[in-house]
Ligand binder design. Structure first.
Ligand code: PBG
Ligand code: ZN
Length: 337
């Protein structure tokens, strides 16, 4: 393909052609909306570093989830902030814990909206780590038992899918076995298969009140420098029975999303995490970027990298943009005069 026989600009010359040859598209069906359910009543507290995202008590969660549902968003991802935290995260697997009650309320009011639950201990432990502490570190195998109890209690409360985010070894197999033994063989697992120890989770920890009280998560979350390790992690989860594999964070790890797409034939999800959201909101507030355009371009980049599903705090905004006919063309059009 040589100039002047070939001219790449020919097919870019008209909007109608650009629309015809666009390789990637975004649909409301690709979106999952993460929500923070807090114990109590009448609470709707905005997270200071995440404008537009709230810690909400159950009745407000249901109201906002209804909005998501009406916009056509197929699923929400739930995080819980319990009344009390303790060393073993008891509320995580309590029959009437915060998440269990939220699931029941959502399934009662909005039976067709899929409820996915984050399965982890860090929102429920007083030390803020993702499992049981032994000798100053998270103990893998004793944590597995609690994760199984947690996942099962979510299933029993009516969750449609569970999403373990703890990064313990063997958790997918353990949870799969527990679910199968208890009559939930049909319940899918979305594994946070490739989860990096990331500074981009900062705002989330304010939202979920889950900052570790000592140390950090580098003994269980992955080193941002590693790519082959991502392939090993995902291969383990696939063999253990994961139904969807997720990469997290999103934007700084698009290469890893592409690796997953090329290597595995399972659906791939990407988590557009809190810090990514906060950065767009902050720059938009400063008037430095065209917010809608940057959001859509970001979503498109996930699809182009190979993701099937996007977990994003922008879900409501994106669904509204799609609804009012925001053409992907706009996201790719030069804004300059
Ligand atoms: C809990 C969990 C975290 C996120 C999702 N599940 C935080 C963490 O591991 O510290 C991050 C989500 C976000 O930043 O939006 N294990
Ligand atoms: Zn955790």
């Amino acid at each position: 393909m040589f100039f002047p026989t070939f001219r790449a600009r020919r097919i870019r010359g008209k909007e109608v052609f650009r629309n015809m040859v666009r390789e990637t598209s975004l649909s409301v069906n690709d979106l999952v909306y993460p929500m923070f359910s807090v114990f109590g009543k009448g609470i709707r507290k905005e997270i200071s570093s995440m404008p537009g995202i709230y810690q909400q008590s159950i009745e407000h969660i249901v109201a906002e989830a209804q909005q998501a549902h009406e916009l056509g968003i197929p699923a929400v991802l739930l995080f819980g902030i319990p009344e009390r935290k303790d060393a073993v995260g008891s509320d995580a697997y309590a029959k009437h814990g915060i998440i269990q009650e939220t699931i029941r309320a959502l399934k009662k009011q909005l039976p067709k909206l899929a409820v996915i639950t984050d399965v982890c201990m860090c929102e429920y432990t007083d030390h803020g780590h993702c499992g049981i502490i032994k000798d100053g570190d998270v103990d893998n195998d004793s944590t597995l038992e609690l994760l199984c109890k947690e996942a099962l209690s979510h299933a029993q409360a009516g969750a449609d899918m569970v999403a373990p985010s703890d990064m313990m070894d063997g958790r997918i197999a353990a949870i799969r076995e527990t679910l199968d033994k208890n009559g939930f063989a049909h319940l899918p697992i979305m594994s946070y298969a490739v989860k990096y120890a990331s500074g981009y989770y900062g705002p989330f920890r304010e939202a979920a009140e889950s900052t570790p009280q000592f140390g950090d998560r580098r003994s269980y979350q992955m080193d941002p420098a590693n790519r082959l390790e991502a392939l090993r992690e995902a291969a383990m989860d696939v063999e253990e029975g994961a139904d969807i594999i997720m990469v997290k964070p999103g934007l700084p790890y698009l290469d890893i999303v592409r690796e997953m797409r090329n290597e595995f034939n399972l659906p791939v999800a990407v988590y557009n995490v809190s810090g990514e959201y906060s950065m767009i909101k902050a720059a938009a507030k400063m008037g430095w970027i065209d917010e809608e355009r940057v959001i859509m371009e970001t979503m498109l980049s996930f699809k182009r990298a190979g993701a099937d599903l996007i977990l994003t705090y922008h879900a409501l905004e994106v669904a509204k943009m799609l609804q009012k006919g925001y053409e992907m063309a706009r996201a790719t059009r030069c804004g300059c005069p």
